[in-house]
Every structure is written in structure tokens, then in C-alpha cells.
Design a protein around this ligand. Structure first.
Ligand code: SAH
Length: 407
């Protein structure tokens, strides 16, 4: 175990339980670094602060995980964190009409760089730290013995592979043991608030699903009755399906990914077959493969009375925030200009680097430039299976507002 001394004046954040320490805050490492291992973290005066995982090859050198002096750092400690995280979602397992939800929400559940979701009987993990990559077999083994999933699939997060020096790969575990992928594995089917979805096995976004928007799809959908709706950045139609279920007059779904839109249409058929969507739902939907910014700029004035704006993470880091704010503002300004008077916009940001206050300020700038007033009707965030850990503000990454535009 390493003993790491934090520079004077740099110990406030770790004492407040913020889990990240970058190399600039470290005064001394004993012994000097050879390979990643547990570390005891102390103040300049030698007082215990916390335990963490020390890895100079990670872009976050030291990831703090326990502030209890008597903690034993070993595989059992990780197994316990996994068990506790899953147990906190106990009530989700008995929901009548939802079988997809988050089991581990990274640092917010004290497990750095691990997102873990249940999709029906499958478990999928997204790995974004060297720590998570190293302990994946332990984590998978614990998940297996607790939940007996049909398969556990772990994908390296593309965005972090380079930063963390990780190979982009997909690993599979069955009965707690690493196995080869079953080439014939079917799509997994699951429900979310009564609506059916499917996710394909395999890589990245195309096979994924965003269960953080679960509550917001319901809330947003309820406003869609009788409306002409634009679902911008629709992906595989989470919001479109809810709008249809609630009796939207029509939905235009726009995404840059053609395969996502194809999957959206497939999911409409699936839900028509299951009698979840009213007959004729398919005829009320148009899909367009396009750049959303260009699409909305070229759209007809006053055509839509409801818009859903759910762009990908536009600010990947704090330093990218300024440019991202411009892009968010541009998108929201054009939406405000184009929507009919009194129309509703559900607008989201999933950039962790952008605070809710930043987001509100940006909406203010957009409305001033668009020459309209806006009323905030609902303040939206991720579901409770994606908790916000107060000592880790970055965990409040998904923010949304349901606004009315008054011209
Ligand atoms: N609302 C969706 C999730 C959206 S994820 C749901 O509820 O499931 C963001 C989507 O934006 C992705 O599908 C991605 O393909 C798409 N995208 C990214 N950049 C885009 C662009 N410039 N124009 C249109 N779509 C874009």
C-alpha cells in the first residue's frame, strides 16, 4: 500500500469526500510508484484523510473510495460496495412494468468509472477507468452470484479508452466466469414504464439504451396529447414512443444515425404488436436522418407545438464548456424561434461540466435573442437509480427543463 501526502491547501476537497485527486495535489508518494495499488492518503501533517486507488497511468491519479480509517482494502471491500449498490435498488426489481435500470452509478455509488445497468435478465457494464477494468472480474463475479443474470457484457467507454490507456474491447461473463461471446445471442427485450424496447448485443451507443431519461419520458410524453411533435436527437425513440402512447398527432424523429432511426421504427411495430401503442401509430411518425442543428434551422416556422431537445454530451470537459454553451444556446434559440406561440420545449443537457445554473443562464440568453419569454413548468433530472452524490457534484450530469415559450 502506498502512503500519499497531499499538498498543504489541497486537502479541502478530499476531506469533503470529493473522490478525485489529480497529480498536482500530491506532495509525496512512498514508496515511489511502480504499479497501481491501494493507497493511504494523509495530510501534510500526517493525519489520515482517506483510502484510494493509486494509478499514475490513469488520468485521475488517485481515486478515493473510503474515509474510514479501519477499512480493509481488498477484493471483499469491492464486493461489498457492489452488493450495497445493488441492494439500494432493491425496490426496482419488483416494479411491475420496468425491467431496465441502473445498478451502479460510478462514483455516486463509490465505484469509480463503472456504470452498470440491468436490461431484463442481462447486465451491461460501461468501463471508464483503469480501476474498473482491473477489478471487472471481481465485480462480475459478485453481480453474478447476487443476480444470476443470463450474461454480463462489459464495454470499454470509447470516450475514456484513450485517456485511461485502455484497449477498446467487449468482455463477457457467464456464471461469474469470463467466456467468449455467444455469436447467436439475441437482442435483449425489456420494458420501461410499460413500453417495450430491444437492445442488440455488442458495441457502444448503437446497442445501448439511456435509462437515465426514464422518468422524463413519462413526464414529457404527457404533454404530447394532440400535439405536432419534433423529437430532435431521437436515438431509438424513447421520447417518440411515449409521445405516441399519449396520443400525439404526429412525431418527426430526427437523428444523425440511420440505424438508430431504423430501430426506432422497429420498436414502434413491436409496441403496436404488444397493443401498447394505438393502431396507426406508425403512420403518425416520420424519421429523418440529418444533422439536428441544420434540420431545425430549415424547419417551417410555427409547424411544431412541442419539441424535445436531447443532444449528446456537448461539453465533454470543463475546458470545453464555453464552446458547448454556444452550441446549446444556438439549438435552444432556434427552437424558441421556430416553435408556435405557447408551445412546449423539453430541453436537456447531459454534460456533467455544465451546472444547472449554467443551463438556466444559457436558456435566458437564448430567449432574449429569440425575443420571447419562457416559463419553466418542470425541472427535470435523472431517475433515482442515478443518484446525485452531494460530495461529487459531477454526478448531477443530466439536467432538463420543460418550458413554455410565450411570444
Ligand atoms: N433521446 C434519446 C437519446 C438521445 S442520445 C432517448 O431517449 O433514447 C443522442 C443522440 O443524438 C444519438 O442518437 C446520436 O446519434 C444523436 N446525434 C449526435 N449528434 C447529432 C447531430 N449533430 N444531429 C443529429 N443527431 C445527432
Amino acid at each position: 500500500m502506498y502512503r500519499i501526502t497531499i499538498k498543504e491547501g489541497k486537502d479541502k476537497a478530499p476531506r469533503r469526500h470529493h473522490p478525485w485527486i489529480f497529480s498536482g495535489a500530491i506532495e509525496k508518494t512512498e514508496p515511489s510508484f511502480t504499479e497501481a495499488d491501494w493507497a493511504e492518503v494523509v495530510s501534510e501533517a500526517g493525519m489520515f484523510i482517506a483510502y484510494g486507488w493509486y494509478d499514475e497511468e490513469s488520468h485521475i491519479t488517485l481515486r478515493l473510495m473510503s474515509w474510514k480509517k479501519n477499512e480493509k482494502l481488498n477484493d471483499d471491500f469491492i464486493r461489498r460496495l457492489v452488493r450495497e449498490s445493488v441492494s439500494r435498488r432493491r425496490d426496482f426489481f419488483s416494479l411491475p412494468d420496468t425491467t431496465a435500470f441502473r445498478l451502479i452509478h460510478g462514483e455516486a455509488d463509490f465505484l469509480p468509472g463503472i456504470a452498470c445497468d440491468a436490461y431484463g435478465r442481462e447486465i451491461r457494464l460501461i468501463i471508464s477507468s483503469r480501476f474498473a477494468d482491473k477489478f471487472l472480474p471481481v465485480i462480475a463475479s459478485e453481480l453474478s452470484s447476487m443476480l444470476k443474470p443470463s450474461v454480463i457484457e462489459a464495454v470499454t467507454d470509447k470516450q475514456f479508452a484513450g485517456l485511461e490507456g485502455l484497449k477498446e474491447r467487449i468482455r463477457h461473463f457467464r456464471d461469474g466466469v469470463e467466456t467468449k461471446e455467444d455469436e447467436n445471442r439475441d437482442n435483449v427485450r425489456f420494458i420501461e414504464n410499460g413500453i417495450w424496447y430491444e437492445a442488440a448485443p455488442g458495441k457502444g451507443q448503437k446497442s445501448g439504451f439511456y435509462c437515465d431519461q426514464r422518468d422524463n419520458r413519462v413526464i414529457t410524453g404527457e404533454y404530447a396529447r394532440g400535439k405536432t411533435v419534433l423529437d430532435l436527437f431521437s436515438y431509438t425513440g424513447g421520447f417518440t414512443l411515449h409521445a405516441l402512447k399519449n396520443g400525439a398527432l404526429s412525431v418527426d424523429a430526427v437523428d444523425s444515425s440511420e440505424s438508430a432511426l431504423r430501430h426506432l421504427l422497429y420498436q414502434i411495430h413491436l409496441n403496436e404488436d404488444k397493443k401498447v401503442l394505438p393502431e396507426g401509430s406508425r403512420e403518425r411518425v416520420t424519421t429523418t436522418t440529418a444533422d439536428a442543428f441544420e434540420f431545425i434551422r430549415a424547419s417551417e416556422d410555427g409547424k411544431y407545438d412541442m419539441m424535445i431537445l436531447d443532444p449528446p454530451k456537448l461539453a465533454k470537459t470543463k475546458s470545453a464548456l464555453d464552446n458547448a454553451m454556444k452550441a446549446y444556446k444556438d439549438l435552444n434559440r432556434v427552437a424558441m424561434m421556430k416553435i408556435r406561440n405557447g408551445g412546449i420545449i423539453a430541453t436537456y443537457s447531459c454534460s456533467g461540466a455544465m451546472t444547472r445554473e449554467d443551463f438556466k443562464m444559457m436558456l435566458g440568453w437564448a430567449s432574449t435573442d429569440a425575443g420571447c419569454e419562457i416559463q419553466i413548468l418542470r425541472t427535470l433530472s435523472a431517475g433515482e437509480d442515478h443518484p446525485v452524490r452531494l460530495s461529487f457534484p459531477e454526478s448531477e450530469y443530466l439536467k432538463g427543463f420543460l418550458i413554455r415559450v410565450i411570444k
